[in-house]
Design a protein around this ligand. Sequence first.
Ligand SMILES: Nc1ncnc2c1ncn2[C@@H]1O[C@H](COP(=O)(O)OP(=O)(O)OP(=O)(O)O)[C@@H](O)[C@H]1O
Length: 267
Amino acid sequence: MIELRHVSFSYDDKHKILDDVSMKLGHDNQSVIGIIGHNGAGKSTLFLNLVGELKPTAGEIFVDGHKVEYSKKGLRNLRRKIGIVFQNSDQQIFYSIVKDDVAFALRNLKVSNDEIKQRVERVLRELDISNLKDQPIQYLSGGQKKRVAIAGIMVIGSEWILLDEPTSGLDPDGRLRMKKLIKKLIANGQKIILSSHDMDFMYEVCDYFYLLGNNRILKEGNRENVFNDEQLLKENNLEQPWLVKIHQKLGLPLYTTEQELFAEQGK
Ligand SMILES: Nc1ncnc2c1ncn2[C@@H]1O[C@H](COP(=O)(O)OP(=O)(O)OP(=O)(O)O)[C@@H](O)[C@H]1O
């Protein structure tokens, strides 16, 4: 579990971006946790605090009961536990060739060359991008770059993976692949924290939600709890997922996926 105790964060002295935020991420064995909130609500800032790229200006973060230490060693340990895939894949490209880039973190963690080769090949296969192995990253499409960035995190095998806007810039096929990938990661025993403005995607994929707004957690809970509150979503510039709209407006049961709806209603 990742626990935030009274965490505050500001980039400057004037504005608090996170103000006394307490969370117990994964407290009830949730495997995909969604962070939602309007533009500028502080989702990315929260993520950067979770991976130790930013240090809370007040409060503390605990991972599996251990307080996060901001020493070199403490941060190295944290990176083995929590990996992040940034919204903009270009932010995490370190080498020009795909296989070297994916191997980057493992080299830093002093993993042997043989093991690096094996792990990189396995992850590229899992992501269906083995054919890109020797390609220069600069010539890849946005969706392909995203998969390379994810490979670079998956290869570490960290327990937690943070995905900041994983569907931005993806076409419907890319979005579907992302859903499948998340399922695969969960099946591997990994846990995901997701942030996205794509409410339909979030609704379907996550099993617990935090709504961030006014620098605080305004609401947390399961699908039903969070997405049935139309007013709160509106106040936070968030759209209700279409499956929730048809539930509320047409009186249909609250389905989790489109497949579930069509299977039930088509009977
Ligand atoms: N490096 C920075 N220096 C100063 N202010 C920053 C910095 N990064 C973000 N901010 C500010 O912090 C606030 C929260 O930004 P953040 O990127 O965390 O929000 P977000 O919820 O991820 O937004 P979005 O949905 O648009 O991605 C915004 O007001 C933003 O302008």
